[in-house]
Design a protein around this ligand. Sequence first.
Ligand SMILES: [Fe+2]
Length: 392
Amino acid sequence: MPNFDLWRLSGVKIGPSLLLPVTLYFGPGRRRVLPAVVTTFGRRVLIVTGPGTLTAMAEEVAALLRENGVRVEVLAVVDREPTLDMIGAIVATARAEAAEVLLGLGGGSCLDAAKAAAGLVGAEGEIEEYFYGSRQLMQPGLPWVAVPTTAGTGAEVTPNAVLTDQKARVKQSIRSEFLYARAAVVDPELTLGLPRAQTIYSAMDALSHAVEAYVSKGANDLTDLFALEAARLIPANLLRLQEEEALDPRTALARASLLAGVALANARLGAVHGLAHPLGVYYNLPHGLVCGVLLPLVMRFNLQVAYEKFARLAEVWGVGAPGDVFDRAAAAIRHVMHLNKRLGIPSTFRSMGLREEDFTALVEGALPSGSLAANPRPAGREELLGLLRELI
Ligand SMILES: [Fe+2]
């Protein structure tokens, strides 16, 4: 596969309108294809997952693979958003076990951990060099297979892994076309029973991906198809799940999360994600919660340049009266605010520890973000400070 990031780095402005090099298996019960899928890449598998129910799910998948003669180790170390140390430990295990395939099973943290480790297993140098950009991945790593158990990050179809350097309090992505999963098996049954808070946070992360990718500077007619359909599906299905657990809305959210992932991988994101990473790392907050709080605020900030697309969002959400495009765009923003209210997502970070003395560091943390660079309305120091002031 051509490495478009390397081409871009060399100053060549070339890239596809849509790149989706992941073989997808989607639908309830589809996890049964895993033995056939995994064994096309190798017979020594390392499953990267988290503790508790995730370990139980991973053991179930491991048993299924072992029945098919596959050698499987389960590494249940992803107990929070992945750190550089955690990736180092997974890489060391993969090397020691001579793993041929990695399988990430869990939410975005598990998938990103498997993704980063797979990319780095064969790479020279230190993880920090790739994290801070002094080295780039030059070749594919180990093949890895994504098995998401939440509907949020879309990490099964994106070429970036969000990692945190805990010592330096830096949270950012490593990104390379070589990090794509070789296959993703998205079985919505695996998301049944996900606790309420995790369901809400994951879905608000996906909604932020959809809305940000839809209005991003990098959006095009093809990415819009994915972004708009993802945005359309999320609010109503998330609200349905507040009433009762059911496979239909779980399937719709899993589809939306995947579609939003395709959109963000190709169109990039915006100021929600630019600010979400420093806020998340400073106050140790769940990513989806931070995105949920930021989304309506950043939509208001972007209204003057993105009103036509916001009006289209109002249309697919069935809100706002036909007529003035600004009024309809405003109705879309109100719809997200109402959604947050019904889900119990606050409108500020006041109760979550946000302090004015951290503003400078938070802004400095957001400014280098590639997401911020794709925001449709330019947001520099002053604008970011303005947004933070509204959040306290
Ligand atoms: Fe996100």
